[in-house]
Design a binder for this molecule. Structure first.
Ligand code: KDG
Length: 337
C-alpha cells in the first residue's frame, strides 16, 4: 500500500464530558489528538500505510499515545522518545450559540524542544509517496518550524509529494505572528497540495481578496496561489455555514490550474465533536488521490469524511470507506442555505 508520512505533534486531549465547562466537572475524558496524527489515523483506517513522525515523552502517557495510533493501524516506527513532557490541550465542547473552547498547555513539550536536525528525513521518507504536515509546526517555535522546512525540502529532493494544511491557529502563533507570512510562503513554495482557504493564502501572500461569496474568494485565492507557486498542483478547502455551534453545513472546493470543483453543502445538525473535521477532509482527499479516482469523486468523499467526523467524539475520523459512501448516497442531506 501507499506510504504517507505525517509529521507533527501528538497531544493528550483532556475534555470535560458532554457539554460541561472546564472544572465544572470532576472528570476529564482523555483522548489523543494532533492535526497530522489525526490524518495518519484516518488514512490507516482507510487502508493506507501511514507513518507518524513525532517526538513523545518516554513514559507511560507518551507510550500510550503511540499505542493509540497503532490501534488505528498507524506505523509508529518514526516516533522518537525522549525525557520531557507531553503536550496537552483542554477542550470544552460548545453548544447552541456558545462556542467550544481550546486551551493549550504544550510549551516545552518533547516535540517542541526536539532540535530540527534530530530527524533523519532521507531515511524517514524513503519510499513515501506523500509527506503531510501543517502550519501548526510553523507556529509552535523555531525548532519545529525549521524541522518542518527541512522535511519539505528533503521531500522535494527525494521526489516525495508534499501536502500542507495551513491550519492557522492564532493562539499558537502568539508573539511569533509576524513571522507567519514568510514561513507560510516558504513552505507553500514546496507544496504539491495545499489545504487552505482565501485567508490562509492572503496571509502567506500579504494580499487581501475582495469580499465575496466563499466560492468566489476561493477562486481568487487559487489564481493567486497558482501564480505565486509554480510547483503547486492542487488547492483544497472546506466552506462552512453556521446556524449555531451544533447546526452547520459543510461543502468542499478543489482548484487545479484548469478548473475549480465544488460539492453540495451537506447539513450537519446535532454536531457531536467538531475537532478534526479539517483533518478528516484532508485524509479523505489524500485517500482519493492515492486511489487515483476522478477529482470530483475524491472531493465528494473528502467532504463526506469531514462531515461524518462531526458525528463521532474524539479528534479522529474513525469511520470507514463504506460509511462515507453510504453518507453520499443518502437523500436529504444536501442543503441550500
Ligand atoms: O485539527 C485538529 C487539531 O487542532 C487538534 O488535533 C489539536 O493539533 C491540534 C492543535 O494544535 O490544535
Amino acid at each position: 500500500p501507499a506510504r504517507v508520512v505525517c509529521f507533527g505533534e501528538l497531544m493528550l486531549r483532556l475534555s470535560p464530558p458532554g457539554h460541561e465547562l472546564p472544572l465544572q466537572s470532576p472528570s476529564l475524558e482523555a483522548r489523543y489528538g494532533g492535526a497530522e496524527a489525526n490524518v495518519a489515523a484516518s488514512l490507516a483506517i482507510l487502508g493506507h500505510h501511514s507513518v507518524v513522525v513525532t517526538a513523545l515523552p518516554d513514559h507511560a502517557i507518551g507510550r500510550a499515545g503511540a499505542g493509540e495510533l497503532r490501534r488505528h493501524g498507524v506505523d509508529t516506527s518514526g516516533v522518537r522518545y525522549a525525557e520531557g513532557r507531553m503536550g496537552l490541550y483542554f477542550l470544552s465542547h460548545g453548544a447552541m450559540q456558545r462556542p467550544s473552547e481550546v486551551i493549550y498547555d504544550r510549551a516545552g513539550s518533547v516535540f517542541a524542544t526536539t532540535p530540527a536536525d534530530a530527524y533523519d528525513w532521507p531515511q524517514l521518507l524513503a519510499g513515501a509517496q506523500w509527506l503531510h504536515l501543517s502550519g501548526i509546526n510553523l507556529a509552535l517555535n523555531e525548532h519545529t518550524a525549521q524541522a518542518a522546512l527541512a522535511a519539505v525540502r528533503a521531500a522535494r529532493s527525494l521526489g516525495v509529494q508534499v501536502s500542507f494544511d495551513g491550519n492557522y491557529r492564532s493562539k499558537l502563533w502568539g508573539t511569533r505572528a509576524a513571522q507567519a507570512p514568510a514561513l507560510l510562503r516558504e513552505i507553500m513554495s514546496h507544496a504539491d497540495l495545499i489545504f487552505g482557504n482565501d485567508r490562509d493564502i492572503a496571509l502567506a501572500l500579504g494580499q487581501a481578496f475582495p469580499q465575496a461569496q466563499a466560492e468566489e474568494r476561493f477562486r481568487a485565492a487559487a489564481a493567486a496561489a497558482f501564480e505565486a507557486w509554480p510547483q503547486l498542483r492542487l488547492l483544497a478547502a472546506t466552506a462552512r455555514s453556521h446556524n449555531s455551534v451544533d447546526d452547520q453545513a459543510l461543502s468542499g472546493l478543489l482548484a487545479t490550474r484548469e478548473r475549480v470543483l465544488t460539492t453540495a453543502a451537506h447539513a450537519m445538525s446535532g454536531i457531536v465533536d467538531r475537532i478534526g473535521g479539517g483533518d478528516a477532509f484532508a485524509a479523505g482527499l489524500l485517500h482519493g488521490l492515492l486511489r487515483g479516482v476522478p477529482q470530483q469523486e475524491a472531493l465528494d468523499f473528502a467532504v463526506a469524511a469531514g462531515c461524518l467526523k462531526h458525528s463521532v467524539p474524539g479528534d479522529v475520523n474513525v469511520l470507514r470507506e463504506a460509511d462515507m459512501q453510504a453518507f453520499l448516497q443518502q437523500d436529504g442531506f444536501e442543503v441550500k442555505r
